[in-house]
Ligand binder design. Structure first.
Ligand SMILES: NC(=O)c1ccc[n+]([C@@H]2O[C@H](COP(=O)([O-])OP(=O)(O)OC[C@H]3O[C@@H](n4cnc5c(N)ncnc54)[C@H](OP(=O)(O)O)[C@@H]3O)[C@@H](O)[C@H]2O)c1
Length: 444
């Protein structure tokens, strides 16, 4: 804790903004529009002194005086009068480097950057501790939904057992269209791109990479251990078809791209599971009603029980709400002459269970020859790997190909067994196509 700084009421707190895009523009607008209210709240004005961009000629949604906008990072990072650096550039390089330099120069940092916090977060928080400054990152997960502060402060007395999260608005928009309007994946993605919800290169969203970054941040906080994106098992949504949503609904489920974290107590110590993949969830589970670009995070703690955080996970205003809240918190700390009020520490590294140890129920959709004896062959393969079938329903029939579509739901089985059984099924002469396997997520 740094107690050397005396309160300096009335003097402005100068902020340097790295980036003036969707979020940076929103933050600059908010800090100027709400300037009087913020001054009243903090007792001192918060003033954006300099803004870093790549391209000075680019048209902006907000007017910034020419003298305040720069392409030179040193103008912010080396300016001793700037106490708070707000990093809203995105990407790891050079953002992580600029954050390091800001910290080393004694500046507090507020960032919305999930890539940086998921991959370099521990190092940066440690560095901030050493330099007596704060790094706040509320906007890095869930846009305007309070989550980081919730795990750092509000739920800190809990042992968090489970997190189930819909934390990527792009994929949730696509899945909602597929579920509600029977649109297939490719047209639903094209529509999301036309509406500006998906990037022209949608890989980060549809392959679950963005959700894995966010889960790494949330799981690290929730389980007080270092979870990196590479620890997280990940599958995207591109294999889903409109028919999967129809069959899921008939079975009483909804399909969502879930980010899941679970803690297990074992004799050898706690272990965690961290995974991002499409999942069937019961239609009466709260997350089943989270539609469109909305995000939600369902948390189970030993004291609090179940809590749900729901709202807009992106956009200029919701995200600036989170960034501004962090800036205000930092300003209060500056006024009080403190930093690192909530020390950063992890209890130790928990073992991350590999996906093949997962035990869950499965939905399998396949096309098989429409002839006697086929069901018995399929059931035999599942039986060989201790997978018990809860239901098997014949759906469509393709008369010209002599094939029938089967939807199989299993009782709980081991992932390793399921994967071996699927490989064996694919090699059976009677199985024409293994169309999809989706895990069924039960929330206890
Ligand atoms: N958009 C959202 O709804 C949202 C929600 C939550 C979190 N975030 C996070 O917030 C961050 C910013 O996102 P955004 O959507 O605002 O991005 P954006 O619209 O692409 O804006 C990025 C800004 O950073 C500037 N910039 C990028 N690289 C630079 C470099 N090397 N040197 C100088 N300036 C550079 C750009 O300058 P130019 O304008 O000159 O190109 C631009 O002003 C990202 O980490 C993102 O993940 C975004």
């Amino acid at each position: 804790m740094n107690v050397n700084r005396a309160p300096r009421e009335a003097q402005p707190i100068y902020v340097g903004l790295l980036g003036l895009g969707v979020v940076g523009g929103g933050v600059a607008h908010l800090l100027s529009q709400k300037s009087a209210a913020l001054t009243a709240e903090i007792g001192r004005p918060i003033v954006v002194k300099s803004v870093l961009v790549r391209d000075l000629a680019r048209r902006r949604s907000i007017d910034v005086p020419a003298g305040q906008i720069t392409t030179d990072p040193d103008a912010i990072l080396d300016d001793p009068s700037i106490e708070v650096v707000v990093e809203v550039m995105g990407g790891i390089t050079p953002a992580a480097d600029y954050i390091r330099r800001a910290i080393r120069n004694g500046k507090h940092v507020v960032t919305a950057n999930k890539e940086v916090m998921a991959t370099r977060g521990v190092e940066l928080l440690q560095l901030a501790k050493e330099h007596g400054v704060d790094v706040y990152y509320e906007a890095s997960v869930g846009g305007g939904i309070p989550l980081i502060g919730v795990f750092r402060q509000d739920l800190v007395a809990n042992e968090v057992d489970q997190i189930h999260a819909i934390i990527n608005g792009t994929t949730n928009y696509i899945l909602t269209r597929m579920a509600q309007d029977a649109v297939d994946f490719a047209p639903a993605l094209a529509e999301a791109q036309a509406l500006g919800y998906a990037e022209s290169d949608p890989t980060n969203d549809v392959e679950g990479i963005d959700a894995a970054y966010k889960l790494a941040i949330l799981a690290s906080l929730a389980f007080r251990t270092q979870v990196s994106p590479e620890h997280i098992y990940r599958e995207g949504i591109s294999k889903l078809r409109a028919s999967d949503f129809r069959y899921a609904r008939e079975l009483g489920y909804v399909i969502k791209l879930l980010a899941i974290g679970r803690r297990y107590a074992t004799e050898g110590g706690d272990e965690i599971e961290v995974r991002v993949h499409p999942a069937l969830i019961p239609a009466d589970f709260l997350l089943a009603d989270v539609n469109g670009v909305f995000n939600a995070v369902h948390v189970q703690g030993d004291l609090v029980g179940n809590v749900l955080f729901y709202g807009r996970g992106a956009g200029a205003q919701p995200t600036s709400s989170a960034v501004a809240a962090d800036v205000i918190d930092v300003a209060h700390n500056i006024n009080a002459g403190v930093a690192n009020r909530i020390p950063f520490h992890y209890a130790g590294r928990l073992l991350v269970r590999p996906i093949h140890q997962l035990e869950t129920r499965y939905y399998v959709r396949l096309w098989a020859a429409d002839q006697p004896g086929v069901l018995a062959q399929i059931a035999h393969v599942f039986g060989d790997y201790r997978i018990s079938i809860a239901s098997c329903i014949q759906k469509e029939t393709d008369l010209s190909a002599g094939a029938a579509e089967l939807v199989i739901v299993t009782h709980p089985a081991r992932e390793a067994d399921m994967q071996t059984a699927l490989r064996e099924l694919a090699s059976l002469g009677c199985v024409r196509e293994l169309a999809n396997m989706i895990r069924i997520e039960t929330v206890s």
